[in-house]
Each structure stands twice: as structure tokens, then as C-alpha cells.
Design a protein around this ligand. Structure first.
Ligand SMILES: Nc1ncnc2c1ncn2[C@@H]1O[C@H](COP(=O)(O)OP(=O)(O)O)[C@@H](O)[C@H]1O
Ligand SMILES: [Mg+2]
Length: 197
């Protein structure tokens, strides 16, 4: 996979042979990513094109970061993640580096056309270090709950050390809690107070 950027777009080029997924599934996911980006503000515009029958280009609007996050930024992100899940799209790898903060908003980047890729003919998962989402990916259990755990970690970091840190057990608790939506995690006021406290 190669990356390019200009003032407007951040583009990734994939060899289809490196993606462990059926072509129609890849296309369906790309269509869903594009349509969600058309209607959900926290997802910068996404477009894609298949070329030369063996390549896929996915572009997303380039967002200049300014690290201006507030509690409200995460609350709006939570609402948009719930909308995204309602539309049937799971990000699958939510963590701070896959969020861009700009003008007080949190933007979601790094959507992948499928979750498992081959690199240099070696089967490789998307992220190099162990994460909860990687475990889910390995066990073929990626769902909106994976994004909920990712979101919980992101807001815990934002809130600093007085908030509970997720351990593997804690993550399990969050999964077992099976809250209906992400907005329930962050709550509706300025005290981030997860239910499993
Ligand atoms: N749409 C975008 N706007 C601004 N920066 C981006 C965008 N997409 C990617 N980046 C930057 O490039 C980095 C790597 O891109 P990403 O899509 O996360 O690839 P990967 O995690 O697979 O290396 C991001 O952490 C971010 O700093
Ligand atoms: Mg990334």
C-alpha cells in the first residue's frame, strides 16, 4: 500500500491482490464509506476508484490538525459514530492517531477497504502492535463494540489519569455491558462517568 497527499486529499493505493477479501465485499465497503462521508460530518469526504483491474485508490479530504479538542468535540464524535454504526459501517481501528482534531471537531480517518491485508506476500494485520481491535480482527469478531472500546480509550486519554484506565478485563466489562450506543459511554454532561465504575 502506498500513500500520497496534496493540499486537498490523502490517498492510499492498494494492490487488490494484497487484500484478503472478495472484490464485491471491498467495493460494497468502499461505497458505504463514501456514502457515510457524504452524510456524516465527522467523516471527511471519501472517494475511491478501481484502476487497471488490479488497483484500488481511496482518497479522503485532508484535514489540517490543530489539537483544539473539547468535551463537546468527543460528544459530537460519539453522535456521529452512532450514526455510522446505524448505517452499517464499523471503523474497526479507532485510536487517537486515527482521529484528527481540527476547529474543535474530531474527524475520523484511516478507513480501510477490508480488515486484513497481505504485505510482501506475508499475511499481515493492519496494525503492527497488539490492540483490542486486532484481537477482534483475528477472531473475526469486529463489530460496533470494537469501536466502542476504541472510543472509550480515546476519551479516557482525553480526560487524563483520574479516569479509569482500560485493562484487558475492563475492556471485557465494556464489551459485556453492551451499551446500545457510543453516546451512552460519554454521557450528556461534562462528567465522563462510565457506567461500569
Ligand atoms: N484525511 C487525512 N487528513 C489529515 N491527515 C491524514 C489523513 N489521513 C491520514 N492522515 C495522516 O497520515 C497518517 C497515516 O495515515 P493513516 O490513514 O492513519 O494510515 P496508517 O495508520 O495505515 O499508516 C495519520 O496518522 C495522519 O497523521
Ligand atoms: Mg492510522
Amino acid at each position: 500500500m502506498q500513500r500520497f497527499r496534496n493540499d486537498r486529499w490523502f490517498t492510499k493505493r492498494y494492490q487488490l491482490a494484497d487484500l484478503y477479501c472478495q472484490l464485491d465485499q471491498i467495493e460494497q465497503r468502499c461505497i458505504l464509506m463514501r456514502s457515510c462521508s457524504n452524510s456524516i460530518e465527522s467523516i471527511p469526504q471519501i472517494d475511491f476508484i478501481f484502476e487497471n483491474s488490479n488497483e484500488l485508490f481511496i482518497s479522503q479530504h485532508y484535514i489540517e490538525k490543530d489539537n483544539s479538542a473539547t468535551f463537546n468535540s468527543y460528544q459530537r464524535l460519539a453522535i456521529d459514530l452512532d450514526l455510522m454504526h446505524k448505517a452499517g459501517l464499523v471503523h474497526g481501528d479507532l485510536h487517537p492517531r486515527n482521529l484528527i482534531i481540527s476547529h474543535g471537531r474530531c474527524y475520523i480517518i484511516d478507513f480501510e477497504p477490508c480488515y486484513i491485508q497481505k504485505r510482501y506476500n506475508i499475511r499481515a494485520r493492519m496494525s503492527s502492535k497488539f490492540t483490542w481491535s486486532e484481537l477482534d480482527r483475528k477472531e473475526n469478531k469486529l463489530t460496533s463494540l470494537t469501536d466502542k472500546v476504541g472510543f472509550y480509550k480515546v476519551v479516557s486519554l482525553f480526560h487524563g489519569s483520574d479516569q479509569p484506565t482500560l485493562t484487558l478485563d475492563y475492556e471485557k466489562q465494556l464489551k459485556e455491558l453492551n451499551c446500545q450506543n457510543i453516546l451512552e459511554i460519554i454521557g450528556n454532561n461534562n462528567s465522563f462517568n462510565p457506567k461500569m465504575d
